[in-house]
Ligand binder design. Structure first.
Ligand SMILES: C[S@@+](CC[C@H](N)C(=O)[O-])C[C@H]1O[C@@H](n2cnc3c(N)ncnc32)[C@H](O)[C@@H]1O
Length: 211
């Protein structure tokens, strides 16, 4: 079954609330419907279930990605969901009981993590933020925060986008590209990319793969 059919698992109310918020502010919400299970699965493919590093659900919405994290064996105390729109709070809690949701702007990522999980390592930041349409200043501010916390705490950024033809655009913001793949079984299909902060090792790996 198409992953796209999965979003209705939270009930028609979820679908309706998400769609209404999209109609109010398309650029901030970035999608007319929740991510499907196939996409959520791909986003988490490389995330270790054994480590105890944080897994951040950035732009958590109604929680399909956090819910998949729980189902796929990532311990709840590793998950921090961050979402700017407080309207989603109640439905998120119903879908992801016991998962920490912080209603805040991703531009405050560093301060949020310093407050919620001081000193803890990061395994992955899984971002559903509509990074290509947020506007270049907002994107720049968010990615500065992402780079700062990855540099300090380790981990990888996993970002999806519906712009299937754009290869690694976050390189322009100073992030080092990793793996990429397209998930066709989602509405709409999505491109999943991973990034790390540049360091001596990533520079060397990228130079080698270019040869
Ligand atoms: C494409 S939706 C993804 C929602 C959910 N993760 C999913 O996969 O269905 C993007 C989400 O990012 C949130 N968002 C947009 N700008 C944000 C910001 N600056 N900080 C935190 N969340 C933001 C939106 O409110 C929306 O819920």
């Amino acid at each position: 079954m198409l992953g796209v059919l999965k979003p209705a698992e939270g009930g028609l109310r979820s679908v309706g609330v998400f769609f209404l918020e999209f109609m109010k502010c398309p650029a901030a919400v970035g999608s007319i419907c929740l991510s499907g299970a196939t996409l959520a699965n791909r986003l988490l493919e490389g995330v270790s279930r054994e480590e105890d590093g944080l897994v951040i659900d950035l732009g958590a919405g109604l929680g399909p990605v956090s819910a998949h994290m729980m189902r796929s064996g990532i311990a709840k105390d590793r998950i921090i969901a961050i979402e700017v729109n407080g309207v989603f709070k109640e439905l998120f809690a119903a879908r992801c009981p016991g998962v920490r949701l912080v209603i805040a702007d991703a531009r405050e990522l560093k301060a949020i993590l310093d407050r919620e999980a001081p000193g803890r390592k990061i395994s992955a930041i899984v971002s559903s933020l509509p990074i290509r349409v947020l506007g270049s200043q907002l994107t720049e501010n968010i990615l500065q925060q992402v780079k700062s916390v990855l540099r300090e705490r380790g981990g990888v950024l996993i970002q999806y986008s519906y712009a299937l033809w754009l290869n690694y655009p976050l390189q322009d913001y100073g992030l080092a590209p990793g793996s990429a793949s397209i998930v066709w079984k989602n509405l709409p299909p999505a491109r999943v990319e991973s990034y790390r902060v540049w360091n001596k090792r990533t520079t060397k790996l990228i130079a080698m793969s270019a040869k």
